[in-house]
Design a protein around this ligand. Structure first.
Ligand SMILES: Nc1ncnc2c1ncn2[C@@H]1O[C@H](COP(=O)(O)OP(=O)(O)OP(=O)(O)O)[C@@H](O)[C@H]1O
Length: 226
């Protein structure tokens, strides 16, 4: 459904993504984990067409390109519109005219309040709700767990499972490995713009140990805590 081949992105002389190749099929959830600055957001923006000027290719099954649900790491909010109005607006972008969100308001958001007065976590949940209700075919979710309380994180894990069952293709990033191991079919460890490891479910625990070793080593010992 979505095939990425040799995707490379540079900012000036700095190469940020280095020949990434992978494929996301319907009913698959792919997780991306990597340290700050590894290139996750750059990858996601390239996938959804926000970032041009990359080399390599991003190919979709034709009807999928019009049906991408992108949750940015920091979803932009429009001022002076309520949560309900926000949802109505993003659904209208997919030609869906809908006013009643009571049953879909699974995060108990104050939908009659202005969305720009929501907390960071509430805005993230509203934006996530919007892309899910749009009924897209391909979901690109940049840190959907970030800023969410524990209960909402569990709900997002459930949402990812539902998307898989519904045959959607999903790519999701997180800094918390366990959120990905609970929800993904494949995990890709992105390091300095390249996939250092790409593994399926059966190797998640093995790879978690490897990633921990590669990322932190004994650096905390340098604090000399006694
Ligand atoms: N507009 C830009 N101009 C120059 N360099 C940029 C630009 N945007 C991102 N970068 C650099 O590209 C690299 C990857 O950034 P990116 O935001 O994709 O990382 P990330 O993995 O999403 O990080 P984080 O986990 O902190 O959100 C970083 O080194 C960053 O400084």
């Amino acid at each position: 459904m979505v095939r990425v081949e040799n995707l490379s992105v540079s900012y000036g002389s700095k190469q940020v993504l280095d020949h990434l190749s992978f494929e996301v099929k319907p009913g698959e959830v792919h997780g991306i984990v990597g340290e700050n600055g590894a290139g996750k957001t750059t990858l996601f923006e390239s996938l959804v067409g926000f970032k041009k000027g990359y080399s390599g290719s991003v190919d979709y099954v034709p009807d999928v390109q019009q049906s991408i649900g992108f949750l940015p790491a920091n979803p932009p909010m429009i001022t002076k519109i309520t949560g309900s109005e926000y949802l109505k607006l993003v659904l209208l972008a997919r030609g869906i005219d809908r006013d009643d969100f009571d049953e879909s308001n699974i995060f108990d958001l104050p939908l009659n309040s202005y969305a720009d007065t929501y907390s960071t976590g509430m805005q993230k949940k509203l934006a996530l709700l919007g892309v899910i209700l749009q009924g897209n075919a391909f979901y690109v979710l940049d840190e959907p767990f970030n800023g969410l309380d524990y209960q909402s994180c569990l709900m997002v894990i459930d949402i990812l499972a539902e998307l898989r069952t519904a045959g959607k293709a999903v790519i999701v990033s997180s800094h918390i490995f366990s959120t990905l191991s609970d929800s993904c079919d494949y995990i890709h460890f992105l390091k300095r713009g390249a996939f250092q490891h790409s593994v399926g479910k059966e190797k998640f625990s093995e790879i978690e140990a490897v990633i921990k070793r590669e990322l932190i080593r004994d650096s905390v010992k340098g604090l000399g805590i006694r």
